[in-house]
Design a protein around this ligand. Structure first.
Ligand code: FAD
Length: 485
């Protein structure tokens, strides 16, 4: 059932993840200086589910209970529209800056559940697990890629075959896994999903890497080793995003972790690992959440640059107007991808209605290229305003009169102007902002291989055929070779 923020925080206090920060175990993430911002931001999202203004958008009713809308089975285009309205509401609450809102992985889980037959002997495990997540409204994180040790070599050729996560043993109760995965964003979740990602290659012993399962984040032997925080303080004036939305990213180590059979979804099955996302529709449903999130993020940037330009009078210059219009073009393109993904949705072979893959592939491959340009436009318009940023303390000190005079702007008093530019800084060039750019480049996978996949799966035949026809060739085959001497 849809839970409240208080329930999420309580669960985290009672069962904290095995999370490490700078060599120390994080005993209570809800009060820890680094993790309290994100845990409370997530709690606010859960609370929205109970707010009468949002309840009907964020939750759906079944059997007298209300559940998270992101777990609503997608059986029609109307369901897709309800799902995306919920995605958008949460995304807007954080200006699209929280990549691991629980709805992201809920989209995957819902698709796995509705296409559970794909998992063969493990289908009921999938169904029961997703029902468990739905009943308890759990937050999940996931880790897909193996450690970046030597990308030129296969899993089996690494210095130790258990650098990549692999199965060590099995017994009647479950399996034991060892190794590591990169990288779990949002370790302050209830559950960890260990799902397949990069293409697995056949080979003797390779099947030990072909697994999918889910475990609680406090499972013995599991360790989330966090990166350093980008948030340098908890003033929401000084650090409007990083003080709240530092999701944190972790190397995830499995030191002989036991996974009971009921939590295993794929076992030593390369074929299923390599096809799970596309075949179950999880790929399309993840990308559906993503296209909505990127719409929210682009809208936030459009609002930001419009205010920046207006605030310092820069929007009177034609080149600044052109740059803002460039973001408008990007936003309209993203809206188009979103709309077409829902308009051209089709059921997959299990009856799950999936948004159109072509539109979503367009969006998820284009956005990593647009995002750095959007950041560049913020820098081009805000210029030194992005760095002339006294702190909240300065405004409360004897220096305030200087700041009021020299940092006022065409439309805003100094305090508000600095607040706005601090937001621009945190969206782009602060540690938090820089991580967002890296995130946009890579979170859905290596952009190079994503383009290669698109090239491989896209049906180019109708367009080739048009050219053949235009050239007057008779068939789909190559034109007859005209003998020449
Ligand atoms: C901020 C951030 C948050 C993330 N959050 C998560 C998360 O929550 N969960 C999760 O599972 N993952 C997460 N990721 C990881 C993300 O999935 C990976 O970054 C992405 O899949 C690329 O893998 P990699 O980083 O290991 O890069 P690599 O695969 O090591 O690539 C490094 C370079 O080598 C090239 N390369 C490597 N192998 C090949 C090849 N076979 N062919 C051609 N070129 C190759 C790449 O193109 C790239 O230029 C996150 C990443 C970032 C940056």
């Amino acid at each position: 059932m849809a839970r409240s923020g208080k329930e999420y925080l309580q669960a985290l206090r009672e069962n904290p993840p095995n999370l490490w920060y700078k060599g120390q175990k994080v005993e209570d993430p809800t009060t820890h200086p680094v993790f309290k911002g994100i845990t409370h931001a997530l709690a606010e999202l859960y609370d929205m589910q109970h707010d009468p203004r949002y309840r009907d958008i964020l939750t759906y009713e079944e059997g007298g209970k209300r559940y998270a809308m992101s777990l609503l089975p997608a059986r029609s285009k109307e369901d897709l529209a309800r799902r995306s309205a919920a995605y958008k509401l949460w995304a807007d609450a954080n200006l699209g800056m929280m990549g691991r809102c629980p709805d992201y992985l809920n989209a995957v889980l819902m698709a796995f559940e509705q296409s559970a037959e794909f998992f063969g002997a493990y289908a009921d495990n999938v169904r029961r697990y997703v029902q468990y997540v739905r009943e308890n409204d759990l937050a999940t994180t996931h880790c897909l890629t193996n450690p970046q040790v030597n990308r030129a070599k296969s899993n089996l050729e690494q210095p130790d075959p258990y650098i990549p996560l692999g199965v060590v043993s099995e017994n009647e109760k479950g399996i034991v896994v060892r190794g590591a995965r990169m990288l779990s964003t949002l370790p302050t979740a209830d559950e960890l999903l260990v799902f397949p990602s990069t293409l697995l290659k056949e080979g003797p012993g390779a099947d030990k890497y072909a697994v999918a399962f889910a475990i609680p984040t406090n499972t013995p032997g599991l360790h989330f080793i966090s990166r350093e925080s980008m948030a340098v303080g908890d003033s929401s004036f000084d650090h409007p995003l990083s003080s709240r939305l530092e999701e944190m990213d972790c190397l995830t180590v499995f030191d002989d972790v036991f996974v009971p059979w009921e939590r295993v979804f794929i076992y030593k099955d390369l074929q299923r690992c390599n096809t799970a996302y596309a075949e179950t529709g999880a790929l399309m449903h993840m990308a559906h959440q993503v296209v909505v999130l990127k719409n929210a993020k682009t809208e936030a940037f459009l609002g930001l640059v419009s205010l920046l330009g207006e605030t310092i009078g820069a929007d009177t210059f034609p080149h600044v107007q052109e740059k803002i219009a460039e973001i408008i073009v990007y936003l309209e393109a993203m809206k188009g991808f979103w709309a077409r993904a829902e308009r051209d949705a089709q059921p997959n072979k299990y009856g799950l209605v999936c948004p159109d893959r072509g539109a979503l592939d367009g969006a998820r491959n284009l956005y990593p290229r647009l995002y750095p340009r959007i950041n560049e436009i913020v820098q081009q318009i805000a210029a030194s305003g992005l760095i002339t940023l006294p702190s909240e303390h300065d405004f409360n000190s004897p220096l305030a009169p200087y700041l009021e005079k020299f940092l006022q702007s065409a439309t805003l008093p100094a305090r508000e102007r600095v607040q706005l530019f601090r937001l621009a800084w945190d969206m782009t060039i602060s540690g938090f902002g820089a991580r967002q750019t890296l995130y946009e480049r890579f979170f859905f996978g290596d952009p190079v291989r994503m383009y290669q996949t698109l090239y491989a799966v896209y049906d180019k035949e109708p367009y080739k055929e048009r050219i053949r026809q235009y050239l007057g060739w008779k068939t789909q085959a190559q034109p007859e070779v005209v003998a020449s001497d």
